[in-house]
Design a protein around this ligand. Structure first.
Ligand SMILES: Cc1ncc(COP(=O)(O)O)c(C=O)c1O
Length: 489
């Protein structure tokens, strides 16, 4: 074992403390009892029980120089941050922290420019914090049916169009499209406001020359990172990072408060330790990223040579908001094979045990974590088998998300306002009280405060009615009814 107090301060301290003889009469109530009557022991193993400690303990996380603070400091150095906070509520918590921080930054009523394709957790943050968003639609690939990012020129125009106190964008996207963060940061800073980047999908960025640089090094002020996605830590563990830029002094105490009101008071020690270890591995074993990229490259080459399949991200250079693509994911275009990505994803899992991250009607996206190398042959074989036995499949899930609907009420006021439930057929023209998001990818199609359009209603209905379709936030899973603001608005 190479982990010690110098390499991984918190993970090593936790392992030591869990290994010491002790009588545990505190929570968690399993008390790390290691005897044969414990079903939990049999299920998760002795090491897990012994290292599952409650917070606020000397030697682990109590005090300004605790191993946990040291681990966060090591992470800050690794990502080039002024400060990093470890989170146990995913990047979803990070997004709520970002929204609360932006709300507390400067005048409460000044809008924040927000990429409209923000993950639903940031929309939840807008509601919680009472933020006033000014949405900016991302570019849309109408052929593949996916949203990309915001070009620097469009952000500049929006900044010039009216007062704003911050900017929130996503990079990389679910599909691996990387925005010009340096350009967006420069435009934001020139307008005197900070740039927040949801880099949930880019925790591994900057740790090997084969992947793009990470957004803090390009000038982002706050970065939300879902370390568990492609950074190698346990599910739910994440980080929020503060850069060393022109607004850091103002932002730091605001983030600190936002972390305090969103973090559980029982942060899981194993999740925290996994962040410490993931950081160490990213920092010292960049070759694992290079290995995964080589493996993904192998699959991409085979797909490019295949008459039936293609690489969806090969077409990304048509978009001026995209300056790079994350090579740790392979987006497979299945249209030439007459297939539907949603169905291919389902069949790969249930028939072949191949788990794929995302699908749209046009493609599926495979994610390679650091160190993961995969033989491309079984994947191609299964794709061809599915193509041979059922081409021209239609999943019923609509192809293109509808254009965004007009925002007429502040999201928080709509969420908490007097509402009523109406049949979806009567919703056109009414103001939504909920955020409703077709999954995947979980980008809300209507927000609290937006007025339902016929296109949004048709899209949500069709998604809920299709096999494999699911609308997050729906009052009624079949989308027969929706919650709207009461009265004439
Ligand atoms: C862009 C983006 N941000 C944030 C999140 C939330 O991340 P987590 O699942 O870690 O809470 C997701 C989840 O898929 C996401 O796609």
């Amino acid at each position: 074992m190479t982990l010690d107090r110098l390499t991984t301060p918190y993970a090593a301290a936790l392992a030591e403390q869990g290994g010491e003889a002790s009588i545990r009469l505190n929570v968690p109530g399993h008390n790390a009892v290691v005897n044969s009557e414990s079903e939990l022991l049999g299920y998760v193993g002795e090491t897990t029980l012994l290292r599952d400690f409650t917070p606020l303990l000397s030697g682990l996380d109590k005090g300004d120089d605790s191993p946990l603070r040291q681990a966060e400091q090591a992470a800050a150095e690794a990502w080039g941050a002024r400060r990093v906070w470890f989170l146990t509520g995913g990047a979803s918590q990070g997004n709520r922290i970002a929204a609360i921080t932006l709300a507390a930054f400067r005048e409460p009523e000044t809008p924040v420019i927000v990429q409209r394709s923000a993950h639903s957790s940031f929309i939840d943050g807008i509601v919680l914090a009472g933020l006033r968003p000014r949405f900016l639609d991302p570019s849309i690939d109408t052929e593949l049916g996916i949203a990309h990012g915001i070009a620097v020129g469009r952000l500049g125009a929006s900044l010039a169009a009216g007062p704003a106190k911050g900017v929130y964008i996503i990079s990389p996207s679910y599909f691996g499209a990387v925005a010009d963060v340096a350009g967006l940061a420069a435009a934001s800073h020139a307008a005197g406001v900070p740039l927040v980047v949801d880099a949930a999908w880019g925790a591994h960025f900057g740790f090997d020359a084969s992947v793009p640089d990470q957004p803090l090094r390009s000038g982002a002020d706050i970065v939300v990172s879902s370390t568990h996605k492609l950074g190698g830590s346990l599910t739910q563990s994440a980080m929020v990072m503060l850069g060393d830029g022109p607004f850091s002094d103002e932002l730091e105490p605001l983030i600190d408060r936002a972390v305090a009101i969103t973090q559980t008071t029982s942060a899981n020690s194993l999740l925290l330790a996994s962040l410490d270890i993931a950081r160490y591995e990213l920092q010292t074993k960049g070759w694992r990223i290079a290995d995964a990229v080589r493996s993904a490259d192998g699959l991409r080459s085979a797909l490019r040579a295949d008459p039936r399949f293609g690489v969806a991200s090969d077409a990304f250079d048509r978009f001026d908001d995209i300056v790079g693509v994350d090579p740790m994911r392979v987006s497979i275009d299945v249209r030439r094979a007459g297939l539907n990505g949603n169905i291919v994803r389902e069949r790969l899992q249930t028939e072949s045990g191949i788990y794929v991250e995302i699908a749209t009607h046009s493609c599926i996206v495979l994610m390679y974590g650091p160190g993961h190398t995969v033989d491309p042959d079984p994947i191609l074989r299964e794709l061809h088998r599915i193509g041979d036995d059922s081409p021209q499949q239609a999943s019923g899930i609509p192809r293109m998300p509808p254009p965004s609907a007009p925002l007429v009420v502040r999201p928080r006021d709509a969420f908490f306002g007097a509402s009523e439930v109406v049949a979806i057929g009567d919703a056109v023209g009414r103001v939504s009280a909920d955020a409703l998001a077709a999954y995947p990818p979980g980008i809300p199609n209507i927000l609290p405060g937006e007025r339902f359009t016929a296109e949004v209603v048709d899209f949500l209905r069709a998604t809920a009615g299709a096999g494999g379709g699911y609308v997050r936030g729906a009052l009624d899973p079949s989308m027969g009814t929706v919650r709207v603001l009461a009265g004439d608005i």
